[in-house]
Design a protein around this ligand. Structure first.
Ligand code: UDX
Length: 433
């Protein structure tokens, strides 16, 4: 967001607690992989519109809006760790104490309902010695960026939610968003807690939708001449359902869906309410990774000392992120069964190496990964894998068995010389009409 606004000509100051990250960003390097980010970061630095401060330095006093965009990771019990948020808010409040003019504080981090008003506001008031609604405004505006397309999403939001403490805060944030995004982007103003919950509900709904289609896929596997991809198309064209997020696969992962579903379930429980639908969506997601391992067992019998190639490690394509990735869960299960694993991913190799070290083998290319293996699991739908042909499996593998857990191969175009098992397709594809 900071980079996007700076590229658009807004004067932006970013504050970062980690000194080495601050240095990296100043040199135009992104501390994590995100498509287009580094290119735009360099552009913003060259334009002179982006300043990066460490928390030891002082941020400018003339800013009109301060966005709080720090991580809110999961604690062991699934609830949300607000430590980083509280620290950032405290720093922001100390600067606010020195400001003469009215300014607006906007929480963009994903936080449980009530946090902005019950945690953020008192901290700001305590450390700034100013009152919300008079000396400063307060709002909560969740972001809906997807990893891998964050720069696109920040430039083209499908909606902007403004949870406002008071009208003045909402007016100021709406005016700012209208300037940035023009008149076509829907802006929805609401109470602060509604905006906070909307973010969790949005991610929980998406997760539930994927778990739903994964259960349809599992049912499809028990029915002859049926394919979940066709079923998904059939239901997705109903605008009340929608086509997106109906790709059956190995399950959902990443930094947001797992964290936010857990947080919503924990938050609800603390209020004495069991959010059973989301609890089950989480359970179904765990079982889905087991389903992939089961498919391998159906083909190979015991996995003991069997050579298995894993293609795709990141939780989705175009990122190196393996947080809560299905691949990690599946690799753990395969290691417990004493399979011999060789893995490959276009971006995520180093992250996986840091996690599994010498317990698995790391391939340099797809073909290196497939070499001598008895079964190949495709766990992320990278374009590079979509281009693979039947011959690639036949020539490299000891036994050409492929478990397509992301439905990237069209079974009708795959030679029968390869044993292809696909999520959501019945086992014996010879019987497919
Ligand atoms: C998500 C939300 O989409 C985004 O709005 C929010 O701000 C952050 O969380 P992200 O975590 O980047 O974004 O990934 P997303 O594209 O939503 O995919 C999440 C997981 O669901 C991935 O593991 C993906 O493989 C899986 N998925 C998604 C499916 O299995 N099937 C689908 O049809 C869609």
């Amino acid at each position: 967001m900071a980079v996007h606004l700076a590229c658009r000509g807004y004067q932006v100051t970013g504050t970062e607690t980690n000194e080495s990250k601050t240095e990296l960003i100043r040199r135009g390097k992104s501390p994590f992989f995100e498509s287009q980010l580094e290119r735009d970061l360099k552009k913003a630095l060259a334009m002179g519109t982006l300043r990066v401060c460490s928390t030891r330095e002082t941020s400018p006093l003339d800013s009109v809006i301060t966005f709080i965009i720090v991580g809110t990771p999961s604690l062991r019990d699934g609830s949300v760790d607000l430590t980083y948020l509280k620290k950032a808010v405290k720093n922001c409040a100390k600067r606010l104490a020195e400001k003469e003019d009215y300014s607006l504080v906007v929480v963009r981090s994903t936080v449980p309902p009530g946090t902005t008003e019950d945690v953020v506001k008192p901290i700001i008031e305590q450390y700034s010695r100013k009152k919300a609604g008079t000396a400063f405004g307060l709002a909560m505006s969740p972001e809906f960026l997807r990893e891998g397309s964050a720069m696109h999403d920040v430039a083209h939001p499908d909606r902007i939610l403004i949870g406002e403490y008071d009208r003045r805060s909402g007016d100021l944030l709406e005016e700012f968003n209208r300037k940035v995004y023009g008149s076509n982007t829907p802006i929805i103003r609401m109470r602060i807690a509604s905006a906070e919950l909307a973010k969790y509900a949005s991610n929980a709904f998406l997760a539930t939708k994927v778990s739903f289609i994964n259960q349809v896929a599992n049912l499809c596997e028990r029915i002859k001449r049926i394919d979940v991809v066709e079923v998904a198309r059939g239901i997705g064209l109903d605008p009340r359902i929608g086509e997106r997020f109906l790709d059956a696969g190995a399950g959902w992962g990443g930094s947001c869906l797992p964290k936010d579903t857990k947080a919503l379930v924990t938050f609800s429980r603390k209020l004495g309410y069991r959010f059973k639908l989301v609890e089950v969506a989480i359970l179904v997601n765990k079982l889905q990774s087991r389903r992939v391992v089961e498919m391998a067992e159906e083909e190979l019998g015991s996995l003991y000392e069997k050579g298995i190639a894993v293609l795709g490690l990141s939780f989705k394509p175009n990122t190196d992120d393996i947080r809560e990735a299905t691949s990690v869960r599946i690799i753990r299960q395969l290691l417990n069964k004493k399979a011999k694993l060789k893995v490959y991913d276009p971006l995520a190799m180093e992250n996986v190496r840091a996690l599994f070290g010498r317990r698995i083998t790391y391939a340099h290319t797809v073909h290196d990964c497939l070499k001598e293996s008895e079964c190949c699991l495709v766990l992320t739908e990278w374009d590079e894998f979509k281009r693979l042909k039947t011959e690639d499996f036949i020539t490299s593998m000891k036994k050409p068995i492929v478990i397509d857990a992301r439905r990237i191969f069209d079974p009708r175009r795959f030679s029968k010389k390869v044993r292809l098992r696909s999520i959501g397709l019945e086992k014996y594809r010879e019987e497919m009409a």
